[in-house]
Design a protein around this ligand. Structure first.
Ligand SMILES: Cc1cc2nc3c(=O)[nH]c(=O)nc-3n(C[C@H](O)[C@H](O)[C@H](O)COP(=O)(O)OP(=O)(O)OC[C@H]3O[C@@H](n4cnc5c(N)ncnc54)[C@H](O)[C@@H]3O)c2cc1C
Length: 583
């Protein structure tokens, strides 16, 4: 077999450009147009595609090398037709057709061009699979950067899980729950409105109106940007080809670049009745078909606790079971304790280290078998909500046909530019890994679109905030105290109790706390946790402080309005700085 040297082609004005990535290794099989290396100048990054198919025999460049037109990249052993063609070239050279052979070499060194795409019904410069917050953000950003974009979504509306059956409808209902609980608590302050009268149809209609308004807005934004939205189930058929099966038939889309934003789905618990509407996941729970007298929530994570708050506020008696020995694993125990005190008083039972071993669906209710210290062996509920986590959709999109690696859990591994192992295919959002949060997905979506458009972007966020919109809310970001302990990281901790905040006392929110963690050496903020009303909004200041490298003094000297809950961040910083006078 013959080996040919692949060199850097003519790359316009670029000279002595740095190699920032080598995308293949000796032994790898490469296809025509598959990217071999990425170059980065101060103006743009550029992938150099292979002009031939073959197997990489030897690399001639390394990351950090500076290359110009003609610099050898690698030695490629041609295979199949390519080998015959290459051998033909060699034979021609041996026969003295020097000029012709040089012309052939010149063909190899052609400037990077769009790959030869397979025949298809539609052609996209950027194909986006999945129109959740990650997908539509990526599609819109790519279109804004001048790309011809096709966005594929199996459902008729854009917005994905977050808008249709996640963040937005749940928060619309959680707002109701918060107000109902707040109004109830006013009796303590001398104002009693009595028991609420519920109109479930109206509640559902309002929640749906919020979702519809946003979904309509997204459709308008897509249209304005000339993003072609294709409805149907998409599956890869090759490295540059996706097939979409929809109500209108089958459509093939050839693409130069793809962004996979296929999201995640609720995990089902084996052994539970499959088609009994009384056994709900988060999607059916959000439909609010009825308010059961007794609800069992399986799973003490954010989604389980949020839905428990909704159903309790609307009148259900709630029992919550969790397999672990803590609620909301990931949040620090002092934050969770604030929530725990509030819900201990509201819910019938909270059972930790408890397993649901079976559900027997009978006409009089769901008879649930439980296993765990302090748990009843069996109990009857009117409905059960299963909220035990979410699984990525990576293994359901034909990724193997495109050569994209899917790990054993169904996630698609990516680098900091959101690139999968196939250089022209990117992945973002829930399908690439935790945290499974909409704001992570949107940021990743922008990075992927910008990298494809030649921008120097990468996902380098120092903190991704987490929020549980429970009552009270919990929010945390950056390093947690538990993680610091686990990793043996020394931190300087300052916790400001809301009982010392005039605003919190006036609102009846004195159970809350604001905690800041600083690096004892540099003084910089490392992490923050807040438990209490509006924690999800308050945490943003801490995220900004961390991103900007602020220390306790920066936060303490930033004048916060009085009396507000935001002051608790400055007061915690004063505590760390040693200048507090409020305690
Ligand atoms: C009840 C609930 C509440 C939540 N609350 C919050 C919250 O308050 N804040 C927060 O940050 N996050 C929240 N989340 C998580 C959030 O919804 C996800 O992190 C976010 O939606 C992920 O966005 P994504 O773009 O990665 O994927 P998704 O939103 O999952 O979107 C993926 C899209 O791809 C489509 N798709 C998948 N496969 C195909 C295919 N083969 N062909 C065509 N289309 C396909 C799907 O139909 C879907 O529309 C919540 C989730 C749930 C379930």
């Amino acid at each position: 077999m013959s080996a040919i040297e692949i060199a850097v082609p003519g790359i316009g004005e670029f000279e002595e450009v740095e190699v920032i990535e080598v995308l293949v290794a000796p032994g790898d099989r490469v296809e025509v147009e598959q990217s071999l290396i990425t170059l980065e100048s101060d103006k743009a990054s550029l992938e150099i595609p292979s002009p031939r198919a073959g197997v990489v025999r030897e690399l001639r460049v390394r990351v950090g090398d500076r290359v110009s037109e003609g610099t050898p990249i690698l030695l490629l052993e041609a295979v199949g037709e390519e080998a015959a063609e290459a051998e033909g070239d060699e034979a021609a050279q041996a026969a003295g057709e020097g000029e012709g052979a040089r012309a052939e070499a010149g063909r190899e060194a052609a400037p990077p061009r769009a790959p030869a795409l397979p025949e298809a019904d539609l052609v996209a410069e950027v194909l986006v699979l999945g129109a959740g917050p990650g997908g539509y953000t990526a599609a819109f950003r790519a279109a804004d950067l001048g790309k011809r974009v096709v966005l594929v979504e199996r459902y008729p509306t854009l917005g994905g899980v977050c808008l249709n059956v996640g963040c937005i409808p749940s928060k619309a209902l959680l707002h109701l729950a918060e107000v109902v609980t707040e109004v109830r608590s006013l009796a303590r302050h001398g104002v009693d409105f009595g028991a609420p009268r519920l109109d479930l149809a109206k509640i559902r209609a309002r929640k749906e109106a919020v979702v519809k308004r946003l979904a309509t807005g997204l459709a308008g934004l897509a249209k304005k940007r000339r993003v072609k939205v294709l409805q149907g189930e998409g599956r890869f058929e090759g490295p540059h080809l996706l097939r979409v099966e929809g109500a209108g038939g089958s459509t093939s889309v050839a693409f130069e670049h793809a962004i996979i934003a296929a999201g995640s789905r609720s995990v089902r618990l084996p052994g539970l009745p499959e088609d009994d509407p009384r056994v709900m996941d988060s999607t059916s729970a959000l439909e609010l078909a009825e308010i059961p007298q007794r609800l069992l929530v399986i799973g003490g994570g954010i989604i389980g606790l949020e839905m428990a708050a909704v159903y309790h506020a609307l009148g259900a008696r709630v029992t919550l079971v969790e397999l672990l020995d803590v609620l909301m694993a990931g949040a620090d125990p002092d934050l969770v304790a604030v929530l725990r005190r509030a819900i201990d008083a509201r819910y019938e039972k909270i059972l930790l280290e408890t397993k649901v071993t079976g559900v027997d669906a009978r006409p009089d209710g769901l008879h649930v078998s439980l296993e765990g210290a302090g748990a009843p062996a069996q109990e009857r509920f009117d409905r059960v909500l299963v909220a035990v986590g979410r699984a990525p959709n990576g293994a359901r999109i034909g990724a193997d046909r495109a050569g994209v690696r899917v790990d054993e859990r169904g996630f698609l591994p990516v680098d900091r530019q959101q690139r999968t192992n196939v250089p022209h295919i990117f992945a973002i959002g829930d399908v690439v890994g935790p945290p499974l949060l909409a704001h992570k997905a949107t940021h990743e979506g922008k990075v992927a679109a910008e990298v494809i458009a030649g921008r120097k972007s990468s996902f380098v966020a120092r903190a991704i905030p987490s929020v549980a919109y429970t009552d009270p809310e919990l929010a945390w970001m950056g390093l947690t105290e538990s993680e610091a302990q686990r990793q043996g990281i020394e931190v300087k901790k300052a916790t400001f109790p809301w009982a010392a905040s005039g605003r919190a006392l006036g609102m009846g929110a004195e159970a809350g706390l604001t905690k800041l963690l600083f690096d004892p050496a540099s003084g910089r903020l490392l992490g923050a946790g807040i438990a209490g009303r509006g924690a999800g909004d308050l945490i943003s200041e801490a995220v900004l402080a961390l991103e900007m490298g602020a220390d306790a003094e920066d936060l303490a000297l930033t004048i916060h309005p009085h009396p507000t809950l935001s002051e608790t961040l400055a007061l915690a910083a004063e505590l760390a700085h040693g200048t507090i006078t409020d305690l």
